[in-house]
Design a protein around this ligand. Structure first.
Ligand SMILES: O=C(O)CCC(=O)C(=O)O
Ligand SMILES: [Mn+2]
Length: 210
């Protein structure tokens, strides 16, 4: 069992997570619950959801969740060996992007959406360290629906810890977090509801028009 990084006694207060070599802040209730529920439904209805197949040890397997990739036209991105061309911003995604840009003092040009349909949907441990994200990416992660533990694993010490990401919460990872940690969402045998997560990112291009 991983120790919890967030002690919820602070209510809606943001908390810098006590992770060595990282810069991660958790904002519970960044979106008010009712507003988050309205947006969750819009995301389910409007995003370009699909389930990709990837090759693992020569075998084709479906990834255990639905995904959608939206963003500026040129924000092509490769993820687990898949090249993804973004769908256009929906109005819900565009509004969130602008709000998050103000909040994080940075700009985002794309968002990866993941829909975990139940406890068997998951995301393996990984870092958001693709070269097109730059050396110290700012990743803004919004959660809707079922709360699930987000696990961190330090790359050198192997220390594991977790924060339960709640409905309407925001997690912002910056600095050298991706260089030092892997993160992921584990499967669970518990009967749980579905969850949508959005990770807003900035993709850099080599054309000079960043
Ligand atoms: O679902 C989550 O909270 C994690 C998503 C994630 O790590 C990613 O999209 O790269
Ligand atoms: Mn990630």
């Amino acid at each position: 069992m991983q120790p919890d990084l967030f002690n919820n006694s602070g209510g809606a207060q943001p908390q810098v997570l006590p992770l060595p070599d990282a810069d991660v802040t958790y904002y519970p209730q960044w979106l008010e619950a009712e507003k988050a529920s309205v947006i969750e439904q819009q995301l389910k209805d409007e995003l370009h959801w699909h389930q990709d197949t990837i090759k693992i040890y020569g075998r084709l397997v479906k990834i255990p969740r639905l995904q959608a990739w939206h963003g500026d036209h040129r924000a092509t991105y490769s993820y687990s060996g898949l090249a993804m061309t973004p769908q256009p911003w929906t109005s819900a995604l565009g509004e969130l992007k602008d709000q998050l840009a103000g909040h994080c003092h940075t700009s985002f040009n794309s968002v990866l959406a993941n829909w975990y349909r139940d406890g068997q949907d998951s995301m393996g441990m990984h870092a958001d360290d693709e070269p097109e994200l730059g050396p110290e990416p700012v990743i803004a992660s919004l959660t809707f629906g079922q709360a699930r533990p987000f696990i961190f694993k330090h790359q050198t010490t192997r220390a594991r810890s977790k924060v339960v990401l709640e409905h309407g919460s925001l997690l912002v990872m910056r600095g050298r977090t991706q260089q030092h940690y892997h993160h992921g969402i584990a499967k669970t045998t518990q009967q749980i509801g579905d969850r949508i997560n959005l990770t807003f990112r900035h993709i850099f291009f080599d054309t000079g028009n960043q």
